[in-house]
Design a protein around this ligand. Structure first.
Ligand SMILES: [Zn+2]
Length: 196
């Protein structure tokens, strides 16, 4: 396809635990230039969890991805997300996505079987039942990793044992992290229907 720029190389792996598509991030990655085509990859613990191809046009984005419900058949989805522009008082131009579910102007859409705003995914229920539980597990994982002086990002391997730490203590922390990650995975798949 002439005129497209494809993803890959240094721009390939992206990390995001909540399959969240937000405009500031996309803009920073250069996604919003018209006639731009790029793939975005979600990883957890170095493992690919999902990916999506985003094509950018002057007035809309095309999201191309695969999804499945509760471990069922994979389905290819091609979602069109219209863009809207407003002109704030301080000048410039602010870009918005129109939620494909309700048409509201949003800066962030959340990926599941479809990319929709929070309200369209169940609003408050979604927040309390899933996001909070996921957030708590993630916070605990990060605190375990921080205690070991390692990378808090799940894209990195579990940190090495600090010299002064007892092996039993370290093993216990490692086991707890593994259990939390499993629970996090389960919640993600349950809620988002994503896995690759
Ligand atoms: Zn919506």
């Amino acid at each position: 396809m002439g005129g497209w720029n494809s993803g890959g190389g240094r721009d390939a792996p992206r990390e995001d635990h909540f399959l969240r598509l937000d405009l500031s991030r996309l803009k920073a990655l250069g996604f919003l230039r018209p006639h731009w085509r790029q793939s975005l990859i979600w990883t957890r613990g170095g493992r690919k969890e999902g990916d999506i191809v985003i094509e950018s046009y002057p007035d809309h984005l095309m999201l191309i991805y695969r999804t499945r419900r509760n471990g069922g058949e994979w389905r290819s989805v091609c979602e069109r997300v219209s863009l809207a522009f407003t002109e704030p008082h301080y000048g410039g131009r602010r870009i918005w996505m129109l939620c494909p579910g309700c048409g509201a102007r949003k800066r962030t859409l959340w990926g599941s079987e479809r990319f929709l705003c929070r309200a369209c995914h169940g609003g408050v229920t979604y927040e309390s039942q899933y996001a909070d539980r996921m957030e708590r597990k993630l916070t605990r994982i990060q605190s375990l990793r921080r205690k070991l002086g390692g990378e808090i990002s799940l894209a990195w391997p579990f940190p090495e044992r600090p010299k002064r730490m007892r092996l039993a203590t370290y093993e216990r922390m490692k086991e707890e992290e593994a259990r939390l990650r499993e629970e996090l995975d389960r919640l993600t798949i349950e809620k988002f229907g994503w896995s690759l």
